[in-house]
Design a protein around this ligand. Sequence first.
Ligand code: ZN
Length: 309
Amino acid sequence: MFSRGHTVLVEEIPLEFKPGKAPAAPPTSALSMSWAGTAAFTLKYKTTTLLVDPFVTRPQLPGILFLRQRVNEELCAEVFPRADHILVGHSHYDHLLDVPCIALKTGAVVHGSTSTARVCRAAGMNCGRVHEITPWQPVVCGEFIATFIPGKHGKALRGRIPFPGDIVDKPNLPMHAAAYKLGGMFGLLIEAGGLRIYHCGSGDLIDDEVAKIGKVDVLIACLAGRQKSPDYLKRLVAPLHPSYLIPTHYDDFFRPLRHVFRFIRGLGLEDFLDERKQVCPDVKLIMPDFFDTLVFDTEKNRLLEEQPG
Ligand SMILES: [Zn+2]
């Protein structure tokens, strides 16, 4: 595995693009996890495939500013060929745009806010496959249990939370990116066997809510838009006591997935790595490449292996 944690000064890292590669057959207690850029993850445990914020269309500038956003259906099908359940932490386009397309192709059930549900229904999803979540109410997603934890979005756009508010009912798709309003912000507690994963999909948090979660094994922490959230990592790590830290949402998602990797502008990765050294030097930092597969043992709650994508 190529660990970007030790090569923070490298601006561009050539990547091989091998989406959809099946990992080797894991033991029955194994959970596999792979990253597809932004906050998008594929988790597999026993018979269930769970997607989190799947997004690969990655529209580019300047079209992202002016055009109604269409989904790259071919790429969605290639990267996410199977899904039983999809969790959507908030409704911005870089978390929600591709979700209805993937769900319609795979038959997955989508779990998210009212805004997420409105977009899914407008895209033609059967109402029975769209679940409007209740915060803190655990949802059985096949072999996983998912709980939506109230959160706070990072002030990622000129010091403000981008596109606040809700998506209108019966939205006219395709929509402009700016019409994908926040629609509520949720962190995702994902449990499988004895393994607990917390996916913080934006760069801020509500401390009192995170404090109620308890210890997790894996913390997936969004780096984009965290700069206006003082002590972001410390405030996550102190209550959650993770064994593993997987930074996410640090890639430049205005570039196509097939393109050479580049960090998003203004990321401050070195600051983050410094903060991590101070706050939690004993927590194992993992920075996978796109489509690397991490395999965790859900009984012993530890990383078994890292397979290149
Ligand atoms: Zn967002």
